[in-house]
Write a protein that binds this ligand. Structure first.
Ligand code: TRP
Ligand code: ZN
Ligand code: CA
Length: 438
Protein backbone atom coordinates (compact mmCIF):
# COMPACT_ATOMS: atom_id res chain seq x y z
CA UNK A 1 0.00 0.00 0.00
CA UNK A 2 1.23 3.49 -0.59
CA UNK A 3 -0.35 5.35 2.28
CA UNK A 4 1.12 5.71 5.71
CA UNK A 5 -0.65 3.35 8.01
CA UNK A 6 -0.23 3.60 11.74
CA UNK A 7 -0.43 0.12 13.17
CA UNK A 8 0.13 -1.53 16.46
CA UNK A 9 0.25 -4.94 17.96
CA UNK A 10 -3.19 -5.11 19.51
CA UNK A 11 -6.40 -4.61 17.60
CA UNK A 12 -7.82 -2.04 19.99
CA UNK A 13 -4.67 0.01 19.96
CA UNK A 14 -4.51 -0.29 16.21
CA UNK A 15 -7.98 1.20 15.98
CA UNK A 16 -7.00 3.97 18.33
CA UNK A 17 -3.90 4.68 16.30
CA UNK A 18 -5.93 4.73 13.11
CA UNK A 19 -8.37 7.14 14.66
CA UNK A 20 -5.49 9.32 15.76
CA UNK A 21 -4.15 9.39 12.25
CA UNK A 22 -7.58 10.29 10.96
CA UNK A 23 -7.61 7.05 9.03
CA UNK A 24 -10.44 5.23 10.76
CA UNK A 25 -12.59 3.59 8.17
CA UNK A 26 -9.98 3.42 5.43
CA UNK A 27 -8.84 0.17 3.86
CA UNK A 28 -6.23 -0.54 6.49
CA UNK A 29 -6.14 -4.05 7.91
CA UNK A 30 -8.14 -3.14 11.00
CA UNK A 31 -11.89 -2.94 10.62
CA UNK A 32 -13.57 0.47 10.72
CA UNK A 33 -14.54 1.76 14.13
CA UNK A 34 -16.13 4.78 15.65
CA UNK A 35 -13.72 7.47 16.69
CA UNK A 36 -11.81 6.18 19.66
CA UNK A 37 -13.11 7.46 22.98
CA UNK A 38 -10.65 9.59 24.87
CA UNK A 39 -10.29 8.18 28.34
CA UNK A 40 -9.74 10.78 31.04
CA UNK A 41 -7.03 9.82 33.50
CA UNK A 42 -7.48 8.79 37.08
CA UNK A 43 -5.92 11.74 38.89
CA UNK A 44 -3.42 10.60 41.49
CA UNK A 45 -4.63 11.43 44.99
CA UNK A 46 -1.06 11.07 46.21
CA UNK A 47 0.10 13.73 43.77
CA UNK A 48 -2.70 16.12 44.73
CA UNK A 49 -1.88 15.58 48.41
CA UNK A 50 1.79 16.25 47.74
CA UNK A 51 0.82 19.64 46.30
CA UNK A 52 -1.20 20.28 49.46
CA UNK A 53 1.76 19.30 51.63
CA UNK A 54 3.91 21.73 49.66
CA UNK A 55 1.35 24.52 50.10
CA UNK A 56 1.22 23.73 53.82
CA UNK A 57 5.02 24.00 54.00
CA UNK A 58 4.86 27.32 52.22
CA UNK A 59 2.34 28.63 54.75
CA UNK A 60 4.38 27.30 57.67
CA UNK A 61 7.51 28.99 56.37
CA UNK A 62 5.68 32.28 55.85
CA UNK A 63 3.93 33.06 59.10
CA UNK A 64 1.21 30.42 58.84
CA UNK A 65 -0.82 31.71 55.89
CA UNK A 66 -0.88 32.28 52.14
CA UNK A 67 -2.96 35.43 52.15
CA UNK A 68 -3.04 38.31 49.67
CA UNK A 69 -0.11 40.66 50.18
CA UNK A 70 1.78 38.18 52.34
CA UNK A 71 4.95 36.36 51.35
CA UNK A 72 3.14 33.02 51.51
CA UNK A 73 0.91 34.04 48.63
CA UNK A 74 3.71 34.93 46.24
CA UNK A 75 5.53 31.73 47.24
CA UNK A 76 2.39 29.74 46.39
CA UNK A 77 2.15 31.38 42.97
CA UNK A 78 5.85 30.73 42.28
CA UNK A 79 5.42 27.08 43.29
CA UNK A 80 2.49 26.49 40.93
CA UNK A 81 4.06 28.45 38.08
CA UNK A 82 7.32 26.46 38.19
CA UNK A 83 5.45 23.17 37.83
CA UNK A 84 3.43 24.44 34.87
CA UNK A 85 6.42 25.95 33.12
CA UNK A 86 8.27 22.65 33.43
CA UNK A 87 5.27 20.82 31.98
CA UNK A 88 5.13 22.92 28.82
CA UNK A 89 2.47 25.48 29.68
CA UNK A 90 2.58 29.07 28.54
CA UNK A 91 2.19 30.93 31.80
CA UNK A 92 1.32 34.55 32.48
CA UNK A 93 1.62 36.26 35.82
CA UNK A 94 -0.99 39.00 36.03
CA UNK A 95 -0.41 41.66 38.65
CA UNK A 96 -2.97 43.85 40.31
CA UNK A 97 -2.98 46.11 43.28
CA UNK A 98 -5.36 45.80 46.19
CA UNK A 99 -5.33 47.18 49.72
CA UNK A 100 -1.91 48.65 49.08
CA UNK A 101 -0.39 45.30 48.16
CA UNK A 102 0.45 43.61 44.87
CA UNK A 103 -1.76 40.68 44.01
CA UNK A 104 -1.18 38.00 41.40
CA UNK A 105 -3.22 35.82 39.11
CA UNK A 106 -1.49 32.98 37.29
CA UNK A 107 -2.84 32.02 33.87
CA UNK A 108 -1.58 28.87 32.17
CA UNK A 109 -2.39 28.02 28.57
CA UNK A 110 -1.86 24.57 27.11
CA UNK A 111 -0.58 25.13 23.57
CA UNK A 112 -2.97 24.05 20.85
CA UNK A 113 -6.68 23.60 20.41
CA UNK A 114 -9.15 26.01 18.88
CA UNK A 115 -8.31 29.48 20.26
CA UNK A 116 -11.92 30.49 19.70
CA UNK A 117 -13.21 27.80 22.06
CA UNK A 118 -11.50 27.95 25.42
CA UNK A 119 -12.28 25.66 28.34
CA UNK A 120 -10.96 27.35 31.44
CA UNK A 121 -10.62 25.88 34.92
CA UNK A 122 -9.83 28.09 37.88
CA UNK A 123 -9.28 28.09 41.63
CA UNK A 124 -8.31 30.75 44.09
CA UNK A 125 -4.86 30.25 45.51
CA UNK A 126 -5.01 32.72 48.39
CA UNK A 127 -5.91 31.81 51.95
CA UNK A 128 -7.33 33.98 54.66
CA UNK A 129 -4.75 35.40 57.09
CA UNK A 130 -6.03 33.13 59.87
CA UNK A 131 -4.51 29.94 58.49
CA UNK A 132 -2.81 27.99 55.70
CA UNK A 133 -5.98 27.53 53.63
CA UNK A 134 -5.52 23.90 52.69
CA UNK A 135 -9.15 23.01 52.05
CA UNK A 136 -9.96 26.66 51.22
CA UNK A 137 -8.50 26.63 48.68
CA UNK A 138 -5.39 24.52 48.44
CA UNK A 139 -7.76 21.71 47.49
CA UNK A 140 -9.07 23.26 44.28
CA UNK A 141 -5.69 24.74 43.44
CA UNK A 142 -3.87 21.42 43.86
CA UNK A 143 -6.51 19.46 41.96
CA UNK A 144 -6.46 21.71 38.89
CA UNK A 145 -2.67 21.79 39.05
CA UNK A 146 -2.53 18.00 38.95
CA UNK A 147 -5.14 17.96 36.17
CA UNK A 148 -3.02 20.39 34.17
CA UNK A 149 0.03 18.19 34.73
CA UNK A 150 -1.99 15.17 33.61
CA UNK A 151 -2.89 17.03 30.41
CA UNK A 152 0.81 17.50 29.81
CA UNK A 153 1.68 13.89 30.61
CA UNK A 154 -0.94 12.70 28.15
CA UNK A 155 0.20 15.33 25.67
CA UNK A 156 -3.51 15.90 25.22
CA UNK A 157 -4.50 17.43 21.92
CA UNK A 158 -7.97 18.71 22.63
CA UNK A 159 -10.23 20.18 20.00
CA UNK A 160 -10.76 23.16 22.27
CA UNK A 161 -8.06 25.23 23.88
CA UNK A 162 -7.32 24.56 27.56
CA UNK A 163 -6.58 27.28 30.06
CA UNK A 164 -6.09 27.14 33.82
CA UNK A 165 -6.16 30.02 36.28
CA UNK A 166 -5.14 30.56 39.91
CA UNK A 167 -6.71 33.64 41.43
CA UNK A 168 -5.39 36.06 43.98
CA UNK A 169 -7.35 37.86 46.70
CA UNK A 170 -10.54 35.85 46.33
CA UNK A 171 -10.98 36.02 50.07
CA UNK A 172 -11.10 39.82 49.89
CA UNK A 173 -13.99 39.82 47.41
CA UNK A 174 -13.10 37.89 44.24
CA UNK A 175 -10.55 40.59 43.53
CA UNK A 176 -8.21 38.65 41.25
CA UNK A 177 -10.86 36.96 39.12
CA UNK A 178 -12.76 40.24 38.73
CA UNK A 179 -9.54 41.89 37.62
CA UNK A 180 -8.91 39.15 35.06
CA UNK A 181 -12.41 39.30 33.60
CA UNK A 182 -12.54 43.10 33.60
CA UNK A 183 -9.25 43.28 31.73
CA UNK A 184 -10.20 40.66 29.18
CA UNK A 185 -11.25 42.36 25.93
CA UNK A 186 -14.79 41.39 24.97
CA UNK A 187 -13.45 39.45 21.96
CA UNK A 188 -11.40 37.32 24.37
CA UNK A 189 -14.34 36.88 26.74
CA UNK A 190 -16.46 35.55 23.93
CA UNK A 191 -13.88 32.86 23.19
CA UNK A 192 -14.33 31.27 26.63
CA UNK A 193 -16.82 28.46 26.05
CA UNK A 194 -16.86 27.48 29.68
CA UNK A 195 -15.34 28.40 33.03
CA UNK A 196 -15.13 25.69 35.71
CA UNK A 197 -14.56 26.79 39.29
CA UNK A 198 -13.13 24.71 42.11
CA UNK A 199 -13.18 26.28 45.55
CA UNK A 200 -13.14 23.85 48.51
CA UNK A 201 -13.35 20.30 47.21
CA UNK A 202 -11.80 18.28 50.04
CA UNK A 203 -13.97 19.30 52.98
CA UNK A 204 -13.46 17.02 56.01
CA UNK A 205 -17.18 16.31 56.44
CA UNK A 206 -17.94 16.44 52.75
CA UNK A 207 -20.97 16.96 50.62
CA UNK A 208 -21.01 16.59 46.85
CA UNK A 209 -22.33 19.80 45.36
CA UNK A 210 -22.49 20.69 41.68
CA UNK A 211 -23.03 24.28 40.60
CA UNK A 212 -26.40 24.80 39.01
CA UNK A 213 -25.37 26.97 36.08
CA UNK A 214 -24.50 26.00 32.53
CA UNK A 215 -26.49 22.81 31.81
CA UNK A 216 -23.75 21.11 29.79
CA UNK A 217 -21.09 21.63 32.44
CA UNK A 218 -23.49 20.68 35.21
CA UNK A 219 -24.53 17.51 33.41
CA UNK A 220 -20.91 16.55 32.79
CA UNK A 221 -20.20 16.55 36.52
CA UNK A 222 -23.49 14.83 37.34
CA UNK A 223 -22.73 12.11 34.83
CA UNK A 224 -19.37 11.50 36.45
CA UNK A 225 -20.81 11.18 39.93
CA UNK A 226 -23.70 9.07 38.68
CA UNK A 227 -21.08 6.67 37.32
CA UNK A 228 -19.65 6.38 40.83
CA UNK A 229 -23.13 5.92 42.27
CA UNK A 230 -22.79 9.05 44.40
CA UNK A 231 -25.77 11.38 44.69
CA UNK A 232 -25.05 15.07 44.23
CA UNK A 233 -26.91 18.17 45.27
CA UNK A 234 -27.15 21.59 43.75
CA UNK A 235 -24.73 24.00 45.37
CA UNK A 236 -26.76 26.48 47.45
CA UNK A 237 -24.29 28.15 49.79
CA UNK A 238 -24.42 31.22 47.65
CA UNK A 239 -24.02 31.88 43.99
CA UNK A 240 -21.78 34.90 44.14
CA UNK A 241 -19.34 33.46 46.63
CA UNK A 242 -16.49 32.41 44.42
CA UNK A 243 -14.52 33.21 41.28
CA UNK A 244 -17.05 31.91 38.79
CA UNK A 245 -19.25 34.94 39.57
CA UNK A 246 -17.30 37.50 37.50
CA UNK A 247 -17.35 35.10 34.54
CA UNK A 248 -21.06 34.43 34.91
CA UNK A 249 -21.75 38.15 35.16
CA UNK A 250 -20.36 38.74 31.67
CA UNK A 251 -22.32 35.85 30.19
CA UNK A 252 -19.68 33.11 30.19
CA UNK A 253 -21.12 29.63 30.87
CA UNK A 254 -19.90 28.49 34.29
CA UNK A 255 -19.95 25.43 36.48
CA UNK A 256 -18.04 23.86 39.32
CA UNK A 257 -17.80 21.59 42.31
CA UNK A 258 -17.94 22.26 46.03
CA UNK A 259 -17.74 20.02 49.10
CA UNK A 260 -19.12 22.48 51.63
CA UNK A 261 -17.93 25.25 53.94
CA UNK A 262 -19.56 26.49 57.14
CA UNK A 263 -23.08 25.20 56.51
CA UNK A 264 -24.13 22.26 58.64
CA UNK A 265 -24.65 18.77 57.23
CA UNK A 266 -28.23 17.59 57.64
CA UNK A 267 -29.27 14.13 58.74
CA UNK A 268 -30.45 13.38 55.21
CA UNK A 269 -27.10 14.42 53.80
CA UNK A 270 -25.20 12.31 56.33
CA UNK A 271 -27.43 9.44 55.36
CA UNK A 272 -26.46 9.54 51.72
CA UNK A 273 -22.87 10.79 51.97
CA UNK A 274 -21.73 9.54 55.35
CA UNK A 275 -19.98 11.87 57.77
CA UNK A 276 -21.47 13.70 60.70
CA UNK A 277 -24.83 15.39 60.69
CA UNK A 278 -25.28 18.51 62.78
CA UNK A 279 -21.69 19.46 62.03
CA UNK A 280 -20.29 21.88 59.45
CA UNK A 281 -18.94 20.49 56.21
CA UNK A 282 -15.74 22.27 57.15
CA UNK A 283 -15.40 23.18 60.81
CA UNK A 284 -12.03 24.79 60.07
CA UNK A 285 -13.40 27.10 57.39
CA UNK A 286 -11.34 30.32 57.46
CA UNK A 287 -9.59 29.12 60.62
CA UNK A 288 -6.05 28.24 61.65
CA UNK A 289 -6.94 24.55 61.65
CA UNK A 290 -7.48 24.49 57.86
CA UNK A 291 -4.30 22.41 57.54
CA UNK A 292 -3.45 19.21 55.66
CA UNK A 293 -5.34 17.43 58.46
CA UNK A 294 -8.50 19.23 57.32
CA UNK A 295 -9.01 17.15 54.18
CA UNK A 296 -11.24 14.21 53.39
CA UNK A 297 -9.17 12.10 51.02
CA UNK A 298 -12.13 10.38 49.40
CA UNK A 299 -13.84 13.66 48.54
CA UNK A 300 -10.62 15.16 47.25
CA UNK A 301 -9.94 12.08 45.12
CA UNK A 302 -13.43 11.94 43.62
CA UNK A 303 -13.55 15.65 42.91
CA UNK A 304 -10.10 15.66 41.30
CA UNK A 305 -11.13 12.77 39.06
CA UNK A 306 -14.35 14.61 38.23
CA UNK A 307 -12.32 17.64 37.18
CA UNK A 308 -10.21 15.58 34.80
CA UNK A 309 -13.34 13.90 33.46
CA UNK A 310 -14.90 17.30 32.73
CA UNK A 311 -11.75 18.85 31.28
CA UNK A 312 -11.19 15.90 28.95
CA UNK A 313 -14.78 15.62 27.85
CA UNK A 314 -15.62 19.29 27.52
CA UNK A 315 -12.53 19.84 25.38
CA UNK A 316 -13.03 16.59 23.39
CA UNK A 317 -9.38 15.83 23.12
CA UNK A 318 -7.36 13.03 21.69
CA UNK A 319 -4.17 11.75 23.21
CA UNK A 320 -0.85 11.06 21.56
CA UNK A 321 -0.40 7.61 20.06
CA UNK A 322 0.19 4.93 22.62
CA UNK A 323 3.78 3.90 23.11
CA UNK A 324 4.94 1.93 20.16
CA UNK A 325 2.63 3.45 17.58
CA UNK A 326 4.02 2.90 14.12
CA UNK A 327 3.59 4.95 10.97
CA UNK A 328 4.70 2.84 8.04
CA UNK A 329 4.92 2.77 4.26
CA UNK A 330 5.56 -0.65 2.74
CA UNK A 331 5.28 0.43 -0.89
CA UNK A 332 8.31 -0.62 -2.97
CA UNK A 333 10.31 2.22 -4.50
CA UNK A 334 12.96 1.36 -7.11
CA UNK A 335 16.36 2.95 -6.52
CA UNK A 336 17.87 3.76 -9.93
CA UNK A 337 21.46 2.65 -10.46
CA UNK A 338 23.92 5.50 -9.95
CA UNK A 339 21.00 7.84 -10.38
CA UNK A 340 18.66 10.33 -8.82
CA UNK A 341 17.52 10.13 -5.21
CA UNK A 342 14.12 8.56 -4.54
CA UNK A 343 11.89 8.80 -1.49
CA UNK A 344 9.28 6.89 0.45
CA UNK A 345 6.92 8.94 2.65
CA UNK A 346 4.89 8.47 5.78
CA UNK A 347 2.43 10.96 7.17
CA UNK A 348 2.41 11.39 10.93
CA UNK A 349 -0.73 12.90 12.39
CA UNK A 350 -2.42 13.16 15.75
CA UNK A 351 0.82 13.59 17.65
CA UNK A 352 1.09 16.63 19.90
CA UNK A 353 4.19 18.75 19.79
CA UNK A 354 7.58 17.60 18.68
CA UNK A 355 8.93 14.23 17.66
CA UNK A 356 10.80 12.28 20.33
CA UNK A 357 14.52 12.32 21.00
CA UNK A 358 14.49 8.58 20.38
CA UNK A 359 12.48 8.37 17.19
CA UNK A 360 12.92 4.87 15.78
CA UNK A 361 13.45 4.88 12.03
CA UNK A 362 12.97 1.50 10.43
CA UNK A 363 14.79 1.18 7.12
CA UNK A 364 14.31 -1.83 4.84
CA UNK A 365 16.26 -1.56 1.58
CA UNK A 366 16.92 -4.50 -0.69
CA UNK A 367 20.19 -3.92 -2.56
CA UNK A 368 23.19 -5.93 -3.76
CA UNK A 369 25.92 -3.46 -2.69
CA UNK A 370 24.92 -1.13 0.14
CA UNK A 371 28.20 0.79 -0.09
CA UNK A 372 26.56 2.51 -3.06
CA UNK A 373 23.86 4.10 -0.93
CA UNK A 374 23.31 7.40 0.83
CA UNK A 375 20.28 7.11 3.10
CA UNK A 376 18.66 10.08 4.84
CA UNK A 377 15.63 10.78 6.98
CA UNK A 378 13.90 14.02 6.00
CA UNK A 379 11.71 15.77 8.57
CA UNK A 380 8.48 17.55 7.55
CA UNK A 381 10.30 20.90 7.43
CA UNK A 382 13.05 19.49 5.18
CA UNK A 383 15.71 18.95 7.85
CA UNK A 384 18.02 16.11 6.84
CA UNK A 385 19.27 13.37 9.16
CA UNK A 386 21.84 11.11 7.55
CA UNK A 387 21.38 7.46 8.45
CA UNK A 388 23.97 5.80 6.22
CA UNK A 389 26.60 7.36 3.97
CA UNK A 390 27.95 4.74 1.56
CA UNK A 391 28.73 2.46 4.47
CA UNK A 392 28.83 -1.34 4.51
CA UNK A 393 30.84 -2.07 1.38
CA UNK A 394 29.64 -4.96 -0.71
CA UNK A 395 27.15 -6.29 1.83
CA UNK A 396 23.56 -6.94 0.74
CA UNK A 397 20.50 -5.07 2.07
CA UNK A 398 19.95 -2.52 4.81
CA UNK A 399 17.40 -3.81 7.28
CA UNK A 400 17.97 -1.77 10.34
CA UNK A 401 16.35 0.48 12.92
CA UNK A 402 18.09 3.77 13.52
CA UNK A 403 17.43 5.95 16.58
CA UNK A 404 17.25 9.63 15.67
CA UNK A 405 17.07 12.59 18.01
CA UNK A 406 14.20 14.35 16.25
CA UNK A 407 13.17 16.42 19.26
CA UNK A 408 13.54 19.73 17.43
CA UNK A 409 11.11 18.59 14.74
CA UNK A 410 7.35 18.98 14.80
CA UNK A 411 6.02 15.43 14.77
CA UNK A 412 3.03 15.87 12.50
CA UNK A 413 3.59 16.02 8.77
CA UNK A 414 5.20 14.12 5.96
CA UNK A 415 8.46 12.36 6.78
CA UNK A 416 10.59 10.92 4.01
CA UNK A 417 13.22 8.27 3.64
CA UNK A 418 15.54 9.43 0.86
CA UNK A 419 17.83 6.95 -0.86
CA UNK A 420 20.38 7.65 -3.55
CA UNK A 421 22.55 5.08 -5.31
CA UNK A 422 25.88 6.72 -6.14
CA UNK A 423 27.80 3.98 -7.99
CA UNK A 424 27.03 1.86 -10.99
CA UNK A 425 26.38 -1.88 -11.39
CA UNK A 426 24.39 -2.84 -8.28
CA UNK A 427 20.73 -1.89 -7.83
CA UNK A 428 17.79 -2.39 -5.50
CA UNK A 429 14.64 -0.88 -3.98
CA UNK A 430 13.17 0.55 -0.82
CA UNK A 431 11.11 -2.26 0.68
CA UNK A 432 9.75 -0.43 3.68
CA UNK A 433 10.04 2.70 5.83
CA UNK A 434 8.54 3.15 9.25
CA UNK A 435 8.63 5.54 12.17
CA UNK A 436 7.97 4.26 15.67
CA UNK A 437 7.08 6.65 18.50
CA UNK A 438 8.63 5.26 21.66
N1 TRP B 1 -14.10 30.79 49.28
C1 TRP B 1 -15.52 30.78 49.45
C2 TRP B 1 -15.84 31.76 50.52
O1 TRP B 1 -14.99 32.07 51.31
C3 TRP B 1 -15.98 29.41 49.83
C4 TRP B 1 -17.40 29.21 49.56
C5 TRP B 1 -18.41 29.34 50.41
C6 TRP B 1 -17.98 28.82 48.33
N2 TRP B 1 -19.56 29.07 49.81
C7 TRP B 1 -19.33 28.75 48.53
C8 TRP B 1 -17.44 28.53 47.10
C9 TRP B 1 -20.18 28.40 47.49
C10 TRP B 1 -18.29 28.20 46.08
C11 TRP B 1 -19.64 28.13 46.28
O2 TRP B 1 -16.93 32.28 50.59
ZN1 ZN C 1 -12.45 29.76 48.98
CA1 CA D 1 24.65 0.91 -7.88
Amino acid sequence: MNISVPRRATAAAALAALALAGLTGTSASASPAAAAAVTPPDISLANVKQHLADLQSIATANGGNRAHGRTGYKASIDFVKAKLDAAGYTTTLQQFSYNGATGYNLIADWPGGDPNQVIMSGSHLDSVTAGPGINDNGSGSAAILETALAVSRAQLQPTKHLRFGWWGAEELGLVGSKYYVNNLPSTERSKISGYLNFDMIGSPNPGYFVYDDDPTIEQTFKTYFAGLGIPTEIETEGDGRSDHAPFKNVGIPVGGLFSGADYVKTAAQAQKWGGTSGQAFDRCYHASCDTTANINDTALDRNADAIAYAVWNLSSGTTTPPTGTVFENTADVAVPDNGAAVTSSVTVSGVAGNAPSTLKVGVDIVHTWIGDLVVDLIAPDGSVYNLSNRAGGSADNINQTYTVDASTEVANGVWKLRVQDKASADTGYINGFKLTFP
